[in-house]
Structures are given as structure tokens and as C-alpha cells.
Design a protein. Structure first.
Ligand code: FE2
Length: 382
């Protein structure tokens, strides 16, 4: 080994160092853009029900002729709701096919040109080559690649831009007292892909983004007799971006992933998990604002203390709000899922609060279905 070190060329140590650096550094999720059928009304739901604040806008009034975009903020989360202004728009076509859905999971990167070069060199399909957008607030560099289905990843590099969002967006007057955020950051975004394609897309994120597989749950781990799925999670070097990828598995009935694929007409992003530090208060507030959540059978809570052990929250609060709990080797987590937020049974949100746990609530699949079966049993129907 010493000989190898001696024969290194000058500068080899630096090269060696770089080889261990993250090949595709990501600062995190910059924003998520949804293409929707009615951006004006969607923006009303996202602000009045989900607690977002509109911070920027682009449309006819700002010189954009083909689309309208509302930029919503809460904590570090940025969502863009975009609708079409004409029948020939690709947004209208996207909505015709998919309904409301996630078009772009944009990633903040230190160097757009590098991200683009690296992604294309590792097999990504380029959609929009690196280019600059400029306005009086400065410059932003962007490039876009294709992901599963019609989903895109835009790389965003804020060179020196100080505006409310991207160049071309007009600031909305937020007012002096912006409300306390209910949710603070995006924890993960789940993609649903076709049967047999999960490993391909895990490989895509490993090659193109230098991500690594974080956890692997077998078919058995999260299947029930009624709804089975397989899931793998990829994450970037710093653990800032987490993308679980699901594919359907054979069950007695159609799986929830099959239902998504049918109604979304192909692969797409299934849910965005939003992190909070007070899930009980957050969910109570969201319920009060009219957000609907999946109903949890009361019997789910019968087995909870035995399954997850000691937790800080009161069982009564969790039962009252329908919040789920799961535990892994590193701690526990609390989560709840909204009903789909659009017309189709496709995209929804998760609210999540982590207490050390790094998993995604897989233990809840089995616990939930067992709870449903216990209720069936009580009715003499099992
Ligand atoms: Fe999730």
C-alpha cells in the first residue's frame, strides 16, 4: 500500500478526495410544481385548508400568455400550482390525461451545468438544457430531465436571485403577520411505477443522482391479503431528499398502487409527506379547516401500546385525530394520510412527525388491515 502512495502523481490526493465526494450534490427540494385543472381554486384550497401562503404569481398580469402559476409557501416548502390558459397547452393535455398531479419535483443544486452533464452522462433523458432566467432581481439557472411517467426534475441554481421565487414571478403581498406554519418541510415524495419497474427506477436514481437505497421492505413486509405493494427508498448523500418508489404486488384485490396507475393513466408521484413538530395540533387545525383524512378503525388503537411501546403523545389524542404510529430500531414516527386532494383517487398528502425513526410507516399497513379485519370479525363477517 505504501508503494502505491509513493507512486501517486502530484495532485492525486486531491483527486482521491474528490472521488469520495458526492458526485451529484443536492441542496434539497427547491419546489414541487403541480399541473392542475383550476389553479385559482386549487390555490384557495392550499391556502385556506392546508395552511399555505401565496408568495408569488405569474400569469397574464405578469406577461405570461399560456399559463398561470400560484407559488405557495409554508415553512421551507414551496409548491407551485399551474393551470393552462388555452386548449393547446401541454398543461391542458397533462390534466386531460392525469387529472391534477405533480409535474415537477425541482431540486436545488450548486451547479446546474454539472447536474445536467452528470445526469445525461448517466442515462437521464434531457428535457430542457441549461439556460438562464433573468429579471431585475437577478439570475437563476435551470435545466430539466425526465423521470417516471410524465414527471420531471428541474435543477435550480440560484446564482444571485433575490426575488420571491424564480425570475418572472411577481411577489404577493404576504402581510406583516404571516401565520405560524403547520408543516415545515418536505420529508419525502413517493413515486408509483408499474409492476416490475421499481428496480429500474431505483437504478435510475442511483446512477443519475448518485443516490443510495436506504431501506428495503420485502413484499411480505407490507402486504396484506387485500392490498400489496413493494417499496424501495432512495436518498441523496446528505439524506435531504428521500424518494420511496412503489410498485404494485399481487394481492387478492386490486392494490392501491394499481388504482393509482389506472386513474393517473401511468406512473406518477403519489404523495408528498410534510413534516411537522406537532402532529396532534397540526391535524386538529387541518381538520378544522376542512382537510379530510383517511379513517382509522378504532380497533387500530387497541394493539398500539403493545406494538410501539412508550411514546410522548397521549393515546387519546392520537385516537381522536386518527394518527398512526410506527416504530423502527431508531425511534418512532407519527403519520396520517389525507384523502386524495383532487377528483381522481391519485395524489394525496401525508403529515409526518419523526421521533428518531427513519422509516416510512410500513408497520402501519399490516396493523391497519388487521384492525379492519378485527372490526369485520366483530360484525361476524370474517
Ligand atoms: Fe409516505
Amino acid at each position: 500500500m505504501a508503494d502505491v502512495a509513493k507512486t501517486r502523481a502530484p495532485g492525486a490526493d486531491a483527486l482521491h478526495e474528490r472521488a469520495h465526494e458526492d458526485p451529484m450534490p443536492l441542496h434539497g427540494i427547491h419546489h414541487v410544481e403541480l399541473w392542475v385543472g383550476n389553479a385559482a381554486q386549487a390555490a384557495h384550497f392550499y391556502t385556506s385548508a392546508l395552511g399555505f401562503t401565496e408568495i408569488a404569481y405569474a400569469g397574464l398580469e405578469t406577461g405570461v400568455r399560456d399559463r398561470v402559476s400560484h407559488v405557495l409557501a409554508q415553512g421551507r416548502i414551496r409548491l407551485v400550482l399551474t393551470g393552462a390558459l388555452g386548449a393547446d397547452s401541454e398543461i391542458a393535455e397533462h390534466h386531460r390525461r392525469h387529472g391534477d398531479g405533480i409535474r415537477d419535483i425541482a431540486l436545488s443544486v450548486p451547479d446546474v451545468q454539472h447536474a445536467w452533464d452528470y445526469a445525461l452522462a448517466h442515462g437521464a433523458e434531457g428535457v430542457s438544457a441549461p439556460h438562464e432566467l433573468r429579471d431585475p432581481d437577478g439570475t437563476v439557472r435551470l435545466a430539466t430531465i425526465a423521470a417516471y411517467g410524465d414527471t420531471r426534475h428541474t435543477f435550480v441554481e440560484h446564482a444571485d436571485h433575490t426575488g420571491p421565487f424564480l425570475p418572472g414571478y411577481a411577489a404577493r403581498d404576504v402581510g406583516a403577520d404571516a401565520p405560524e406554519p403547520l408543516v415545515l418541510a418536505i420529508d419525502h415524495i413517493v413515486g408509483n411505477v408499474e409492476l416490475g419497474r421499481m428496480n429500474d427506477w431505483v437504478g435510475f436514481y442511483e446512477r443519475v443522482f448518485g443516490m443510495t437505497e436506504m431501506l428495503h421492505f420485502s413484499d411480505e413486509a407490507i402486504s396484506t391479503e387485500y392490498s400489496a405493494l413493494m417499496s424501495k427508498v432512495v436518498t441523496d448523500g446528505r439524506g435531504r431528499v428521500k424518494f420511496p418508489i412503489n410498485e404494485p404486488a399481487e394481492g387478492r384485490r386490486k392494490s392501491q398502487i394499481d388504482e393509482f396507475l389506472e386513474f393517473y393513466d401511468g406512473p406518477g408521484a403519489q404523495h408528498i409527506a410534510l413534516a411537522t413538530r406537532d402532529i396532534v395540533g397540526c391535524v386538529a387545525e387541518l381538520r378544522g379547516r376542512g382537510v379530510e383524512f383517511l379513517t382509522i378503525p378504532p380497533s387500530y388503537y387497541d394493539e398500539l401500546p403493545g406494538r410501539v411501546g412508550e411514546i410522548d403523545e397521549s393515546l387519546e389524542d392520537l385516537r381522536a385525530q386518527g394518527i398512526l404510529v410506527d416504530r423502527d430500531d431508531e425511534g418512532y414516527m407519527l403519520q396520517i394520510f389525507t384523502k386524495p386532494v383532487g377528483d381522481r383517487p391519485t395524489m394525496f398528502f401525508e403529515i409526518i412527525e419523526r421521533h428518531g425513526a427513519r422509516s416510512f410507516g410500513e408497520g402501519n399497513f399490516k396493523a391497519l388491515f388487521e384492525a379492519i379485519e378485527r372490526e369485520q370479525d366483530r360484525r361476524g363477517n370474517l
